[in-house]
Design a protein around this ligand. Structure first.
Ligand SMILES: C[S@@+](CC[C@H](N)C(=O)[O-])C[C@H]1O[C@@H](n2cnc3c(N)ncnc32)[C@H](O)[C@@H]1O
Length: 276
């Protein structure tokens, strides 16, 4: 391994950056000025723009997530543009796509989907790809997030399929067969304890769900009957200890709790309800 690689790996390790080898390789490739993929074993300094590399490395040492540095994050079957104005789409959220596919197993079905708090657009775009005839509305209150979602929707040629709106859920009058949401759900306490990577580089608007984290679920449950068609489904992401509260909140709105799914850490993460 070259001295350059060893020295920079050491910098990442000394700063307690997790997965330093993976990150270094990504940063080298992101600052490369040659065509071929850079690997440690045959690395030569002239393969990269040193000034660019040093500035990227500095950002990583300041704990900026790799995804925000390279403006890319993988989700489901795609890669998405991301920046500091949107939450990085996360693997646990893919449960929403998996469960939608299990419920609506006819991939050619014509039906209407609402994605509340679309952020990067990852959920709406993944559903549009899975269900080629679905009509999709994706909303967010953040103007900056809407710009990011719009960028992703256009890059993936889905602007005819996904209607993007800068608005809050309270303004949605239409009704849908499937409503999905990964809303802000962290409690006041959880917000106090989040890592610097999240605190400094993810938008608070995407995270904070009020004192007990339940603000969105409580407010949306009051209008769910207006927006969800009879026989329709609601699929939500929740915080790890919100299962019983959310069950009660939507039961009070007359929805039937179908099931929950856990994430890879065995935490309750996805809830599915239906309207009888
Ligand atoms: C946890 S992020 C989810 C982003 C994306 N759907 C994902 O799963 O990666 C929540 C999003 O909800 C948006 N949001 C917060 N309050 C909202 C509201 N009242 N109406 C619509 N969107 C809202 C935030 O701006 C943020 O983009």
């Amino acid at each position: 391994m070259s001295d350059f690689i060893s020295a920079n790996l050491k910098k990442l390790k000394d700063n307690k950056i997790p997965n330093p080898e993976i990150d270094l390789r990504i940063l080298l490739n992101y600052s490369r000025c040659c065509e071929n993929e850079i690997i440690f074993s045959n690395f030569k300094r002239e393969q990269i723009d040193i000034k660019k590399f040093n500035s990227l490395l500095k950002r990583r040492i300041l704990r900026e997530p790799i995804s925000k540095i390279i403006n890319r994050k993988s989700f489901w079957k795609d890669e998405f543009y991301v920046n500091k104005f949107v939450l990085d789409p996360r693997p646990e959220t893919e449960g929403i796509i998996e469960e939608s596919i299990k419920i609506f197993n006819d991939k050619k079905a014509h039906f209407k989907i609402l994605d509340i708090g679309t952020g990067s657009g990852a959920i709406a775009i993944s559903l549009a790809r899975e269900f080629e005839n679905a009509e999709i509305v994706a909303i967010d209150i953040s103007e900056d997030a809407i710009k990011v979602a719009n960028n992703n929707i256009i890059t993936k040629n889905l602007d005819e399929r996904i209607q993007l709106k800068k608005t809050s859920f309270e303004n949605i009058k239409d009704n849908f067969d499937l409503i999905v949401s990964n809303p802000p759900y962290l409690t006041q306490n959880e917000i106090k304890n989040i890592s610097d990577e999240i605190r400094n580089f993810e938008p608070l608007l995407a995270l904070y769900g009020g004192d007990d984290g339940l603000d969105f679920y409580q407010a949306f449950s009051k209008q769910i009957n207006k927006n969800l068609k009879k026989g329709g489904y609601l699929i939500l992401e929740i915080g790890e200890s919100q299962l019983s509260d959310c069950r009660e909140i939507f039961r009070d709105s007359g929805l039937k709790f179908i099931k929950k799914e856990q994430d890879l850490q065995k935490k309750d993460r996805i809830m599915i309800f239906s309207k009888l």
